[in-house]
Design a protein around this ligand. Structure first.
Ligand code: NAP
Ligand code: MG
Length: 502
C-alpha cells in the first residue's frame, strides 16, 4: 500500500465557499433550516453514467411528487436496458482501468471527500430528502444525512487497511456491483451501498427507488465535484423494470438489494444458477418486548420511537408491542396519552413528529391493512391530531385485541401502525416474537441484565436493542434471518460482502 500521495488523485475543492469544516469537527453537524427556499431542484434530471449526465436512450421521463403536497417536484429519466448496459460498461471500464490503478489510500481519500461534501451540503440534502420522501426535517437533519456521512467516513478509513481487517487473507474487489435501494431512507441506503463497495475497490451502478430519486441525483453531482474517476459511480433512475435489468445484466459481479421481501424473492430466483454474489436486505416485523420491571415512561418513549420514526416506514421498526400482562393497561394508557401530543403534518416544519406517507400506493397499502385488521376483530385507536388536507397522512394508530395468527401481526404494514399483544413469561414473549416469517430486529425493555441476555440470545433477529430502539452506527452489522434477508451490511461484515477473501 503506497503511503505517498497518488499523482492521479485530483485535489479537494470544498463545494461550499463558506465551508468551515475541519477534521476536528467531522462528527459534528450543522443544523438544517426548515425551509425549501434555497435548495435547487431542476425541472429534469438525466442519468449519471461515466461521469456525465446523459439523456435516457428512449427520451422518457417520469414525474416525481412531494407526498406532503401531492405536487410534482421534478422529472427523472427512465433508464432502459440500453442505458443499464452503458452504465455497466462504464463501471467495468473504470474497474479495469483507472480505479484499479490508484492506491488504496487515494480511494479512501475520495470517500473522505464525499463524506465531507455531504456534511457541507447537509442542509440541502436534508431539505430535499424531506420534500421528496415526506419524512420530518428533524429526522433527515439529525439522522439520515449525518449517518450517511458517517458511513462514508467509516468506510473511508478501511480503504487502505483491508489487509488488517482480514488477516491472513488477500482481499480483492468483486468488480461491478449493481445496487438497488428502497424509498424509506434514500440517501442513507445509498451510503450503505456505495461507501463499502468503493472502499473495497469495486465500481457501482446504483438505482434509487422511483418515488425518491432526488438525493441520489444530488449525490451524483457530489461524485462529479469530488473528481472521482469517470464510471466508478453510475446512478440511473427508473422503475422496477430498470432494477430487473440491472439484476439480469450478464456483466455484473454482485447485486446488493434493499427492499421488500417479495421483490427480494424474485431477485433471488433470477440470480439462481449465476455466479453473481448477492446481499438482500428485506422486510421485517420487529417485536418490542416490555417486561414489568422496565422503566415505564422510558419504555413508552421507546415505543413511540420504534414505530412512529419515519412514519413507520422502517424495515427494523418495532411494529409489534409485546407487553407483560401486569403493566399492559398502564402502559397502553400512557402510550395513548403520549400519542395525543404527536404532531403530524408538514415535513419541513421542525416541530413535526410524523410526516407524510411516502406515496399514494403506500398510503393505500396501509389503509388496506387497517381494514383487514378491523375485519379480523382488532380494536383501533388513532390519536385525534389534525392532519393536512392535501398529501398523504395517516394518524398514529394502535391495534389491540389482535392474535398471533392475524394478518396485521404477521405481515409488514410499513406505516405508523402498532399491534399490541400481552405475555406472561419471557418464554412466551420470545415465542411470539419469533413467530413471524421475518427476523430483522427486536427490542427488550427490562431492568434485569439476565433478561436482556436471555431475550437477546433467543430472538432470531439480526439486531436486538436493549432499553433503546432504532439506534444505528456504521460500525455495527445489520441484516436479517429468515425472510428478512441474506448477508449483512455495516461494520466489517459489510466490507467482506464486497470482497473476494482468498
Ligand atoms: P421494493 O418495492 O422491493 O423496491 C425496492 C427497490 O427495488 C426499488 O428501487 C424498486 O424500484 C426496485 N424493484 C422493484 N421491482 C424490482 C424487480 N423486479 N427487480 C429489481 N428491482 C426491483 O421495496 P420498497 O417498497 O421500495 O421498500 C420498502 C421495503 O424495503 C420494506 O419491505 C422494508 O422492510 C425494506 N427495507 C429493508 C431494509 C433492510 O436493511 N433490511 C432497509 C430498508 C428497507 P421501484 O421504486 O421502481 O419499485
Ligand atoms: Mg417523491
Amino acid at each position: 500500500m503506497s503511503q505517498t500521495a497518488d499523482t492521479k488523485e485530483k485535489p479537494y475543492k470544498p463545494t461550499s465557499p463558506n465551508s468551515k469544516l475541519d477534521f476536528a469537527s467531522i462528527w459534528e453537524y450543522d443544523p438544517a433550516p426548515e425551509s425549501s427556499d434555497h435548495v435547487e431542484i431542476k425541472d429534469k434530471y438525466e442519468l449519471f453514467i461515466n461521469g456525465k449526465f446523459v439523456k435516457p436512450s428512449k427520451g422518457r421521463y417520469f414525474k416525481s411528487t412531494n407526498p406532503a403536497t401531492n405536487k410534482v417536484l421534478t422529472e427523472f429519466a427512465e433508464a432502459t436496458q440500453k442505458d443499464v448496459d452503458s452504465a455497466v460498461k462504464a463501471a467495468r471500464k473504470a474497474f479495469e482501468g483507472e480505479w484499479s490503478s490508484i492506491s488504496a489510500k487515494s480511494r479512501g481519500k475520495y470517500l473522505f471527500r464525499l463524506a465531507r461534501m455531504l456534511q457541507e451540503r447537509a442542509r440541502e440534502f436534508a431539505v430535499l430528502e424531506s420534500m421528496d420522501g415526506g419524512k420530518p426535517i428533524r429526522e433527515s437533519r439529525d439522522v439520515d444525512v449525518p449517518l450517511a456521512a458517517a458511513h462514508f467516513f467509516y468506510y473511508a478509513g478501511w480503504a487502505d487497511k483491508l489487509d488488517y481487517a482480514f488477516p491472513g487473507k488477500t482481499p480483492e474487489p468483486l468488480g461491478v456491483c449493481g445496487q438497488i435501494i428502497p424509498w424509506n431512507f434514500p440517501l442513507l441506503m445509498l451510503a450503505w451501498k456505495i461507501a463499502p463497495a468503493l472502499a473495497c475497490g469495486n465500481t457501482v451502478v446504483l438505482k434509487p427507488a422511483e418515488t425518491t430519486s432526488l438525493t441520489a441525483m444530488k449525490f451524483a453531482e457530489l461524485v462529479k465535484d469530488a473528481g472521482l474517476p469517470d464510471g466508478v459511480v453510475n446512478i440511473i433512475t427508473g422503475a422496477g423494470q430498470t432494477g430487473a435489468e440491472i439484476v439480469n445484466h450478464k456483466d455484473i459481479d454482485k447485486i446488493a438489494f434493499t427492499g421488500s421481501t417479495g421483490v427480494g424473492k424474485l431477485i433471488q430466483r433470477s440470480l439462481a444458477g449465476t455466479d453473481k454474489k448477492f446481499t438482500l436486505e428485506l422486510g421485517g416485523k420487529g417485536a418490542f418486548i416490555v417486561f414489568e420491571d422496565a422503566a415505564i415512561d422510558q419504555a413508552v418513549e421507546g415505543v413511540i420511537n420504534a414505530i412512529f420514526f419515519n412514519q413507520g416506514h422502517v424495515c427494523c421498526a418495532g411494529s409489534r408491542l409485546l407487553v407483560q400482562e401486569g403493566i399492559a393497561d398502564l402502559l397502553i394508557r400512557k402510550l395513548k396519552d403520549r400519542m395525543e401530543s404527536l404532531i403530524v403534518g408538514d415535513p419541513l416544519d421542525k416541530n413535526t413528529d410524523i410526516g407524510a406517507i411516502n406515496s399514494e400506493q403506500q398510503y393505500e397499502t396501509i389503509n388496506k391493512y387497517l381494514e383487514i385488521g378491523v375485519e379480523e376483530g382488532a380494536d383501533v385507536f388513532q390519536c385525534k391530531c389534525s392532519i393536512p388536507d392535501a398529501g398523504y397522512f395517516i394518524r398514529p394508530t394502535l391495534l389491540t385485541n389482535v392474535s398471533q395468527a392475524n394478518t396485521v401481526v404477521q405481515e409488514e404494514i410499513f406505516g405508523p401502525v402498532l399491534t399490541i399483544q400481552t405475555f406472561r413469561t419471557a418464554d412466551e414473549a420470545i415465542e411470539k416474537a419469533n413467530n413471524t416469517p421475518f427476523g430483522l430486529a427486536g427490542g427488550v425493555w427490562t431492568d434485569k441484565g439476565s433478561k436482556i441476555f436471555k431475550v437477546g440470545s433467543e430472538l432470531r433477529s439480526g439486531v436486538v436493542w436493549a432499553n433503546t430502539y432504532n439506534k444505528f452506527d456504521p460500525t455495527s452489522p445489520f441484516g436479517g434471518y429468515k425472510e428478512s434477508g441474506v448477508g449483512r451490511e455495516g461494520g466489517l461484515h459489510g466490507l467482506s460482502a464486497y470482497l473476494k477473501l482468498n
